[in-house]
Design a binder for this molecule. Structure first.
Ligand code: PEP
Length: 248
């Protein structure tokens, strides 16, 4: 079945609110494409101005993180109802920077996936191996374990709406991209795993992105692969190049 392409920018900890609004204006005409879901995942403080700035365009807004409780004494956190009320549709979960720098483990990531669905947010669930695991040739087992844990208790109907981002850590922010064949190998493996954990219809619907130094020069080849339905883009999402990736 034809899956709709999804190109999401991960702005990370970049852009003040006024810079964020300026970037939306700069990208507005460049990211036009009715055949692609375009998402800006932005820092929490940029969400409200970015939702306002992209009104009437084809851009959807995502968050980069949230906590699993609706409200209460969780200093510094932001909840799913807050994101929903602000107009957020997607949320990145399990990014390697949250796993490695902020110590998020698969138990919390699994809770976040379930909470996001229960709150009407679409998770962009990240997985990916380190350079050491790639060199040790144990990356396939690692990815399978991450996805199996992260989706524990998630229903087939939810997985049909899920976005999974395969992001080899050695390719994030390094300028080193996985080759299109390397990316396809793992994205295909993830789809086969979803067929095994759920069924073929679910595997046919789940959307799988590649992320890791995707740019205007390499996007078309990566996106031509049968199991790569889009991209999660860090550095290049802050530049006019993002428009070229959307239209690759
Ligand atoms: C990311 O962090 O999600 C990412 C893919 O970053 P970059 O494109 O900069 O490698």
């Amino acid at each position: 079945m034809a899956r709709r392409r999804i190109i999401a920018g991960n702005w990370k900890m970049n852009k003040t609110p006024s810079e964020a609004v300026a970037l939306c204006a700069e990208l507005k005409d460049l990211v036009k494409n009715d055949d692609v879901d375009v998402v800006y995942c932005v820092p929490a403080i940029d969400i409200v101005p970015v939702v306002e700035a992209v009104k009437g365009t084809n851009v959807h807004v995502g968050a980069e993180n949230f906590y699993i409780v609706d409200s209460g004494a969780f200093t510094g956190e932001i909840s799913a109802p807050m994101l929903k009320d602000a107009g957020v549709e997607y949320v990145i979960i399990g990014h390697s920077e949250r796993r490695d720098i902020f110590g998020e483990n698969d138990i919390l990531i699994n809770q976040k996936v379930k909470k996001a669905f229960a709150s009407g947010l679409t998770p962009i669930l990240c997985c990916g191996e380190s350079l050491a695991l790639r060199k040790a040739d144990t990356y396939k087992e690692w990815i399978e374990r991450q996805i199996t844990w992260d989706l524990d208790g998630v229903t087939a109907d939810q997985v049909k709406k899920l976005v999974i981002a395969y992001e080899p850590i050695w390719a994030i922010g390094t300028g080193e991209t996985a080759t299109a064949d390397q990316a396809q190998e793992v994205c295909g493996l993830i789809r086969s795993l979803i067929a095994k954990l759920y069924d073929q219809a679910t595997a046919d619907e789940v959307r799988i992105q590649y992320g890791g130094s995707m740019n205007a020069g390499n996007a078309a080849e990566l996106l031509s692969k049968p199991d790569i339905d889009g991209g999660l883009i860090g550095g290049a999402s802050l530049k006019p190049d993002f428009g070229k990736i959307v239209n690759a």
